[in-house]
Design a protein around this ligand. Structure first.
Ligand code: AMP
Ligand code: GLY
Length: 418
């Protein structure tokens, strides 16, 4: 079958790469795609939020039998619903289920109502009430914008001044536009973070192998929060015991809760977890594959991804036999100087001699005048498999050493923590 993937990052490149391995996939289209995706898919420059153009494209390409919606914004805005209304097959949650990511207020309400472990919280849509609370609260605490804010709407505040400043930026200065009109003020959790992506058809949920992200820009978790500077899978801290606890206390109850709310979730449900002294707790839900978690999870998947997508849509996930490689995988993100704040685009990327088994997932790249250039903050996810994390790590960093562009930077400690 021919498949259309919506999106343009490293996650989408990895999804396209995984689909391209399927004997069932003939041709892949990607809107808008990037410089790397263009090597395996036909990329068409249509923005992920231009629903009319996307619907016209799918209507007029009768050969497309499946559309995979990967990014959060079009999922939250109902692209899957719109495709389905027009009679197209689409992979991803409908808007009424994607809200589990799109509104932190909703996700906290859900967890509280159904007893799913998470940080205690208060919700404010009145600035005066937020100020009153933040002036007397215990610190550290976390102030979060309710809506989608490109992963930047979470501020960890160590004192009253920081708390008040965060609330002002979100609620008064509208730093995140409407996404910050309402804020969540959360207890600060201490522990190790791990990401669990899972396939869910509304009845059956299948967790994928675990992954750990590195959100801060610089080594030793210093610098600003980013979309993710690198990942590895698996992590030894996610023991079998914790895995069972998470399945029973978090994963299954979440699927159940969404069904009870009339918001059946079909797609990839991502659990951002904090492993605390008092058990695993949810930091956040995402209604999609994580980026750059996908870059280290899908290379370990041996089962046909296209079969899985179809099973999720058809509600037959229980019939799929999942197989995962025992190999470890490490992804090192090479970013543009200045990211996650302002950075320049259009820098030529030079790729020297890199081993054939390196997976070079493009995030922000484009081809201009026949040359590969930077086109985003996160540019490349240099990914390697190995018999263990150390081997995968060494291979990935060796390749990173042979890739360059003006202003490139990357973390040197991906995969060092457990
Ligand atoms: P989120 O976008 O909700 O995943 O938050 C981004 C990052 O902020 C998380 O990956 C955590 O590192 C951190 N964070 C968010 N909420 C909390 C919390 N309640 N306690 C401690 N750290 C948090
Ligand atoms: N890596 C975190 C995310 O995709 O939201």
């Amino acid at each position: 079958m021919n498949v259309l993937v919506i999106g343009s990052g490293g996650r989408e490149h990895t999804i396209c790469w995984s689909l391209a391995k399927s004997p069932n996939v003939d041709k892949i289209y990607c809107l808008p795609g990037n410089g790397g995706i263009a090597e395996i898919a036909e990329c068409v420059p249509i923005s992920v939020m231009d629903f009319d153009a996307i619907l016209n494209f799918v209507d007029s390409h009768k050969d497309i039998q499946l559309t995979v919606v990967a990014p959060d914004d079009p999922l939250a805005a109902g692209l899957v619903d719109r495709l389905e209304e027009r009679g197209h097959r689409a992979f991803g949650p409908r808007a009424n289920a994607a809200i589990i990511e799109a509104s932190k207020g909703f996700s906290k309400y859900l967890m509280k109502k159904y007893g799913i472990p998470t940080a205690d919280y208060q919700e404010f849509d009145d600035y005066g009430a937020a100020v009153e609370y933040l002036a007397k609260a215990k610190y550290p605490l976390v102030v979060k914008a309710d809506g989608l804010a490109l992963g930047k709407g979470v501020i960890i505040c160590n004192c009253k001044e920081e708390g008040l400043q965060a609330a002002k930026e979100m609620m008064v200065d509208s730093k995140f536009k409407d996404a910050g009109k309402k804020v969540i003020v959360e207890e600060f959790m201490v522990g190790q973070e791990v990401s669990i992506l899972s396939f869910c058809d509304g009845k059956t949920i299948v967790p994928m192998v675990n992954a750990r992200d590195h959100k801060r820009a610089y080594d030793n978790d210093e610098g600003l929060n980013t979309g993710g500077m690198g990942t590895f899978s698996p992590s030894a801290i996610y023991t079998k015991e914790i895995q069972d606890e998470v399945l029973n206390n978090i994963i299954l109850p979440t699927v159940d809760a969404m069904n009870k709310e009339g918001r059946t979730f079909k797609g990839v449900l991502y659990f951002g977890l904090m492993l605390t002294d008092s058990g695993a707790k949810v930091v956040e839900y995402n209604a999609r594959f994580g980026d750059p978690e996908t870059q280290v999870v899908l290379p370990r998947l041996k089962t046909d991804l296209c079969d899985i997508f179809n099973a999720v849509i058809d509600g037959t996930l229980d019939k799929i036999r999942f197989e995962w490689s025992d190999d470890a995988c490490v992804c090192v993100v090479m970013a543009s100087g200045g990211y996650p704040e302002s950075y320049q685009k259009g820098k030529e990327i030079s790729i020297g001699d890199i081993d054939r088994d390196i997976l070079l997932f493009h995030a922000g790249t484009a081809v201009k005048d026949g040359k590969l250039v930077t086109n985003g903050g996160r540019v490349l996810g240099v990914t390697a498999l190995g018999k263990d994390i150390n081997e995968a790590r060494a291979k990935a960093y060796k390749a990173v050493g042979n890739i360059s562009f003006d202003g490139a930077f990357y973390r040197k400690d991906i995969g060092i923590k457990k």
